[in-house]
Write a protein that binds this ligand. Sequence first.
Ligand code: HXC
Length: 261
Amino acid sequence: MAFENIVFEINEHVAVITVNRPKALNALNSATIRELGQAVDQLAQDSSVRALIITGAGEKAFVAGADISEVNSIESSLQGSQMSEALHAVLWKLGELPQVTIAAINGFALGGGFELALGCDIRLASEQAQVGLPEVGLGLVPGWGGALRVQRLAGTGVAKYLVLTGERISASEAQRLGLIEKIVPAAELLDEAHKLAAKVAKNAPLATALAKRLINRGAEMSLRDAIAYENGIFGQLCMTEDVKEGTSAFLEKRAAKWQGK
Ligand code: HXC
């Protein structure tokens, strides 16, 4: 599939999506969102891929938000809600992917850019990256789940602080708040993302896919319901060939060979 606004590459077990509109600091217009959705749909069908890295082209920005010129030309509430729904659909798909998704935040991740990163499983950032939810400064609220995902990750106080001030914070402050998992020098960011992807690829495919689903779905349940859900998944995995292989490999002191079933 040919893309104009993203670069989509698959190398062995790892896919990389690079949002590629550097002149607009990789802002997400509707064509870019459509292409993101198409790439993610393709991955959902590709069980050979174990991890997806999302990053931005150029040195300055991961993604500087929704394309503000598109927001400016919205003509109805319906059109605004449709814009909101468009990336939400992609973020839900990312959450349902069996692959682990890694945001490699190489610069500004603002508004919709931070929201895209928050829709990934793990966030790595370069030392000079900055994140923020500046939408109130444009007369908007974060419309791609940013306020609500920050609230779930870091608490109501942090969500209100970031959303109501619109302040940009450094990668290290975001890490302190639990919004970024790891910070590395810019030159090492993609290598680090690939190392992380390789760590994931060493583990059992079904187990990693179901662990991700357990955490994502469990976050929407009461603890009691989430534990019942975990119990079912645990039992299901106990009957896979991979669990026999993984436990045998441990006992025989060798590396496991996964079949993903
Ligand atoms: C469209 C953008 C853009 C954006 C930057 N550009 N961000 N174009 N949409 N979100 C363009 C600029 O217009 C400029 O184009 C070029 O990229 C370089 O940007 P500068 O502003 O000149 O760079 P700099 O001075 O270094 O400032 C960098 C920046 C700033 C701090 C990241 O660009 C900025 O504040 N951007 C907007 C961030 C933002 O408010 N994001 C939230 C968007 S709303 P030209 O042609 O002049 O070179 C949102 C809502 C999501 O995300 C929910 C929707 C449902």
